[in-house]
Design a protein around this ligand. Structure first.
Ligand SMILES: Nc1ncnc2c1ncn2[C@@H]1O[C@H](COP(=O)(O)OP(=O)(O)OP(=O)(O)O)[C@@H](O)[C@H]1O
Ligand SMILES: [Mg+2]
Length: 340
């Protein structure tokens, strides 16, 4: 690993008031980020929130309009070369050359980093083994499955053993088993001292991997903290049920609205309702049964549970993380489901 700069005692990643627009579109409207060395930051946000833009700025692929971004103290605008020396990136669009084999892809990457021939070869084999690609090493990558291509892409970002690694949605499109395999690889990297900035739409992934989570929406940071802190912000446990008479969902929400200051989250399609209820959950359950009875509305799956990061996300942005199209509406918050 390249030795860390001895004259830099600040955080591994430092972003201050960064703005970036594409014509009329404000992708980043002034964001701040701090990631301490060796930590994992999970950057969450719905489609179009500005996650990839932030990653591209930090990896010198895009220049910010204004603001400052430093990686290990190196300014991405003034010293892009110095930044590139110490980072790795696995982006949303894979860097793989399809007509080449996995091994060739890795060796070319080694050449870009000026590794000598012997080192390149050794590193390629190491990575092929680590990512379980050794049997496919000499096949053209266009024949690789989606999961294999993701693993190769991640391997490519590690050829030069980066101090700071950026992973833009590393497990999107992977099946659950491959996702968990990828998490193991990522954990291993982090335990060897790599600082990681990870974007994801899978909140479970952020929950599993991130020390700290930053939620962005429309180019702004809307919440930050540990998963535990963010869950506490939902304000208590979640009361949840589905209404059998789906067209009466709003009515049901209205009837139990008095239980909480929080806004109920409704899914019109499934008839599901979730409401953060502070304090005594059993009281909320009893009251819900009583009120729905009085209305003549039937419920299914009525229960109380601890909040998940998905609840946090819904409460903060008014829509689910994994699917922008989800028909989530909040009757007390007009415009919460607006499209961008
Ligand atoms: N090169 C570009 N030209 C024009 N608009 C762009 C460009 N890149 C990004 N945008 C816009 O900037 C906004 C932020 O995009 P960005 O790709 O950073 O979002 P994201 O959070 O990564 O989304 P996703 O979850 O879909 O990957 C979006 O409105 C997007 O359409
Ligand atoms: Mg993106």
């Amino acid at each position: 690993m390249t030795s860390p700069r001895t004259d830099w005692s600040g955080p591994a990643i430092f972003v201050e008031d960064v703005h970036k627009s594409f014509g009329e579109v404000r992708a980043l409207a002034g964001i701040d980020l701090v990631v301490e060395r060796g930590k994992v930051l999970g950057l969450l946000g719905p489609n179009g929130a500005g996650k990839t833009t932030a990653v591209k700025i930090l990896t010198t692929l895009l220049a910010p309009d204004t603001g400052r971004a430093l990686v290990e103290g190196r300014d991405v605008v003034r010293s892009p070369e110095a930044v590139r020396e110490i980072i790795g990136l696995a982006g949303q669009s894979a860097a793989i050359q399809e007509e080449l084999t996995g091994r060739e892809n890795l060796e070319i990457m080694g050449r870009l980093y000026h590794l000598d021939a012997a080192t390149r070869e050794r590193r390629a084999v190491e990575l092929l083994e680590r990512f379980d690609l050794i049997d496919a090493a000499d096949r053209p990558t266009k024949g690789y499955s989606g999961g294999m291509q993701r693993r190769l892409d991640l391997a490519l970002s590690l050829v030069a053993t980066p101090q700071v690694l950026f992973l833009d949605e590393p497990t999107t499109g992977l099946d659950p088993r491959s996702r968990i395999g990828m998490w193991d690889v990522i954990r291993e990297l982090v335990s060897s001292g790599t600082t990681l900035l990870l974007t994801t739409q899978y909140l479970e992934e952020a929950d599993e991997l991130a020390d700290e989570i930053v939620v962005i929406d429309r180019g702004k940071v809307i919440a930050a903290g540990t998963a535990h802190e963010l869950k506490n912000r939902v304000g208590g446990d979640i009361l949840e049920f589905s209404v059998v008479e789906r067209d009466r969902l709003a009515e049901a929400a209205e009837a139990i609205g008095f239980l909480s200051e929080a806004e109920p989250v409704l899914d019109a399609e499934s008839g599901r309702l979730a409401l953060a209820v502070g304090g005594d959950g059993s009281h909320a359950l009893v009251e819900t049964v009583r009120r729905l009875d009085a209305l003549g509305v039937h419920s299914e799956g009525l229960g109380i549970r601890r909040p998940s990061l998905d609840d946090v996300f819904l409460a903060l942005t008014g829509h689910a993380a994994e699917d922008e199209e989800t028909a989530v509406t909040s009757p007390r918050r007009p415009g919460a489901n607006r499209r961008r």
